[in-house]
Design a protein around this ligand. Structure first.
Ligand SMILES: *Cc1c(COP(=O)(O)O)cnc(C)c1O
Length: 453
């Protein structure tokens, strides 16, 4: 009998998060204060984040204990299963062994719950009563809504307007778990009102929604802000994924040669990849592929520079690959991958040649996703589908080269609330936007002029 899903026992769940910062090949440049251009001190972040998360953001400890209360909630769905994709291997006729880590098992249906629970916990512990956040397609908003309910916090979610209307069921999830959800740009904030004055029918962007949520948090004593990706502490919380994968692969005597994740702000990719990076440094044959949409090609066509995380320039300046803070990507269905920036850690690892960025247009991505659903059963989120496409290409390369490599990818979430996107593909209505070269060039002109060496 062959094992299709590899289960790790609850009692063997990793008890620490892995912090890659001390193991980075070069020290990450610091975030900067947007006003002074000087490195940001922890106290400057205190109006928007609780101190324990700021400490994690800047920590140089390799391992950080996961508090028991978080472990207790994680055990509702963790450890998640690791599947061996036998059907897909057979379908592709590849000698490669393919595994996927099923993060769709969480109550909100994606990996985002891993950091949502942690962020709600640390805010609660420091006496915060309410969180404000943004969400694109709604995965982060729904995950944080759940996290806040479980830890007893209130939560307001600014949801990018186009997704608010396109993804009504994620909006319903946010409300079901007790949070307030507002279409962004909104009249609630100065940032929202200034956009609406110029563009009353603005579909919104993540950059605008972040501005609204930060403004909300700064304006109230009882409220802090939460971000679902990009920042170091978010990457940290996701590393439980890769650590579980390592233990699960050990159970079947395998080691990865290729690790693949889709990349919006970088967190699910970091979560599966970071725990394996020391193996590469010590000489193991292992590659890391980060997959993004060609219409929002941050890693493959962006520049490595200091930029704002949001449109209204309220956030610190982060050193990252960026398409420019006012770049508005085309309305592709993988809403979670429509962000102009990228995790500074993932960015630096690509700059150092350790991470390989790769971009695909949405039609081949959905073609791969549908094939995956037909042979393996599970329906990937449109974001996850980008990773699936790269898995197909890597497995076919192994076939051509006759190599028995081990390919592992992060199945970051299921697509059950994204079926309109599948309909669009099946009806032949999905557009492959050409790479928005002029828009990106225009937007990159507005980068702050700060030398990154
Ligand atoms: C949000 C999301 C992503 C993209 O965000 P990352 O921070 O890059 O992981 C990918 N997949 C799913 C299912 C998501 O919800």
């Amino acid at each position: 009998m062959i094992t299709k899903k590899i289960h790790l026992d609850e009692k063997d769940m990793p008890k620490k998060w892995y912090n890659i910062i001390p193991d980075m090949p070069v020290a990450p440049p610091p975030p900067l204060n947007p006003g002074t251009g000087k490195p940001l001190g922890p106290e400057e972040l205190a109006p928007i984040f609780p101190m324990s998360l700021i400490e994690q953001e800047m920590s140089t400890e390799n391992w950080i204990d996961i508090p028991e209360e978080i472990m207790d909630i994680y055990r509702l769905w963790r450890p998640t299963p690791l599947f061996r994709a036998y059907h897909l291997e057979e379908y592709l006729g590849t000698p490669a062994r393919i595994y996927y880590k099923y993060e769709g098992a969480s109550p909100a249906g994606s990996h985002k719950t891993n950091t949502a629970i942690a962020q709600a916990y640390y805010n609660k512990k420091e006496g915060v009563k309410r969180l404000a956040t943004e969400t694109g397609a709604g995965q982060w908003g729904s995950a944080l809504s759940l996290g806040c309910k479980m830890l007893g916090l209130e939560c307001t979610v600014y949801m990018v307007k186009v997704s608010y209307h396109q993804k009504p069921y994620r909006r319903s999830m946010i409300r079901t778990w007790g949070s307030e959800v507002i279409a962004s740009p909104s009249n609630r904030t100065a940032a929202g009102r200034s956009i609406l004055e110029v563009t009353p029918d603005s579909p919104g962007t993540l950059g605008i929604a972040i501005s609204e949520a930060v403004e909300d948090a700064v304006g109230r004593d009882d409220t802090k802000y939460a971000l679902g990706s990009v920042l170091n502490h978010v990457m940290l919380h996701q590393t439980i994924i890769g650590q579980e994968v390592r233990d699960q692969l050990k159970m079947v005597g395998d080691k990865p040669n290729v690790i693949i994740g889709c990349c919006g702000g970088g967190s699910n990719f970091a979560g599966i990849a970071f725990p394996f990076m020391p193996d590469r440094a010590s000489g193991e044959d292992i590659r890391f592929i980060a997959v993004e949409p060609s219409s929002c090609p941050t890693l493959t066509k962006g520049v490595y520079a200091y930029d704002y995380g949001d449109t209204a320039k309220m956030t610190p300046l982060l050193p990252m690959y960026t398409l420019g803070h006012d770049f508005v990507p085309p309305g592709i269905h993988a809403g979670g991958l429509r962000y102009h920036g990228m995790s500074p850690l993932v960015s630096l690892l690509q700059k150092e040649g350790i991470v390989e960025g790769r971009a695909y247009p949405q039609n081949p991505v959905f073609e791969a996703a549908i094939t995956f659903a037909r042979v393996e059963g599970f329906i990937p989120a449109p974001e996850t589908a980008h990773a699936v496409k790269a898995v197909f290409d890597e497995a076919l390369r192994c076939k051509e080269e006759g190599r028995e490599e081990v390919i592992v990818f992060n199945f970051s979430g299921h697509g059950h609330f994204d079926m309109a996107a599948y309909d669009a593909y099946l009806d032949g209505d999905l557009v492959d936007y050409s790479y928005p070269e002029e828009m990106i060039a225009e937007s990159l002109k507005k980068l702050p002029k700060i030398d990154l060496g």
